[in-house]
Ligand binder design. Structure first.
Ligand SMILES: NC(=O)c1ccc[n+]([C@@H]2O[C@H](COP(=O)([O-])OP(=O)(O)OC[C@H]3O[C@@H](n4cnc5c(N)ncnc54)[C@H](OP(=O)(O)O)[C@@H]3O)[C@@H](O)[C@H]2O)c1
Length: 285
């Protein structure tokens, strides 16, 4: 049986749907934090296991009888390594045969403030001795509208990047790549995949694509992180959103997403959707 954690989240749900589609006889269990959160999955034939990464004994129960585990990284950043450690330790104890984990692109280079938690989790998985398959996911393309703020209305896009390019990939296709991996898990043992689309773009190039598709001039300005943070504070954005935006800005400025690999293409069996196509659809839905 395959256990998918974060099963009611965006990536978990997409992975489960695609796996059910590709391998209808797959035995799938989903880890959710309450029965209610698992109601929709249950209707699809997914076995519901209730557990919380922060509660070791709940995870210990949830991993019983599991052969393959997809650990979707926790969305709560506080104590994230400890949360993941609980899952890895419980998996080891339950004799899980393979762990898939969703990390960040080039995690070991630790270029993003988000990287250390992922690098440490990868290390814990490798040290556990359980065969592993790591999907080092870049940032979701679906998040581009969040990075843009009100740029499409004002024609002005101010965001820090220090001229670095960013490679974004569709979350829905990451789910597909995961489903393909889980479908033939044995073929992917002890592998690390860098999940990116086929091209990284500078923010200036992205503004160019937005202008071309919308017919409206979008001007990009590369601002320092301190200035960006001050602007967000002046707008009155909640603290946690400012913190997340600043982390994103640091990720861009450090060149943490300025990488392109063909692992996603190989896992999908076709070229991943590019940012140019995404922008055309986003601007003219
Ligand atoms: N690559 C990127 O651009 C990017 C962007 C954002 C996040 N991420 C990472 O990728 C992961 C998957 O993305 P997503 O879009 O599917 O996120 P999502 O929709 O927010 O789903 C996160 C899932 O994790 C579960 N979860 C959070 N804390 C948990 C805990 N303590 N115990 C058990 N389950 C817990 C959530 O359960 P509840 O519904 O109960 O909260 C939810 O099912 C995120 O969790 C985050 O680590 C990546």
């Amino acid at each position: 049986m395959i256990l998918i954690t974060g099963a009611n989240g965006h990536l978990g749900t997409q992975t489960i749907d695609l796996l059910l589609d590709k391998k209808p006889d797959a035995e799938i269990a989903g880890l959710v934090r309450s029965e209610e959160k698992g109601a929709e999955l249950k209707q699809k034939g997914v076995e519901i296991r209730v557990g919380d990464y922060t509660d070791y004994s709940s995870i210990e129960k949830a991993v019983q009888g599991i052969e393959t585990l997809l650990l979707i990284s926790s969305s709560s950043l506080e104590g994230r390594i400890g949360q993941h450690k609980n899952v890895i330790e419980a998996a080891k104890k339950a004799d899980v045969k393979q762990i898939f984990y969703t990390s960040i692109v080039q995690a070991d280079k630790e270029l993003s403030p988000l990287s250390p938690d992922h690098a440490e989790t990868e290390k814990l998985i490798q040290e556990s001795g359980i065969p592993y398959t790591i999907y080092r996911n870049t940032f979701y393309m679906e998040f581009l509208p969040l990075f843009l703020g009100n740029a499409m209305e004002t024609g002005q896009w101010a965001f820090p990047s220090d001229g670095k390019a960013i490679n974004l990939a569709l979350r829905s296709e990451m789910g597909e790549a995961l489903a393909n991996g889980l479908k033939n898990s044995g073929k992917h043992k002890n592998s690390i995949y860098e999940i990116t689309s086929g091209k990284a773009y500078t923010l200036d190039e992205i503004a160019g694509l937005l202008s071309e598709s919308s017919g409206k001039e979008i001007t990009y300005t590369d601002v320092p992180i301190s200035e960006f943070e001050k602007t967000l504070q002046e707008i009155g954005l909640p603290e946690d959103q400012i913190a997340m935006s600043v982390m994103t800005a640091e990720t861009f400025v450090n060149g943490a997403l300025d990488f392109t690999f063909d692992d996603m293409e190989k896992l999908l069996g076709r070229k991943p959707t590019g940012l140019d196509t995404f922008i055309k659809n986003f601007v003219n839905p």
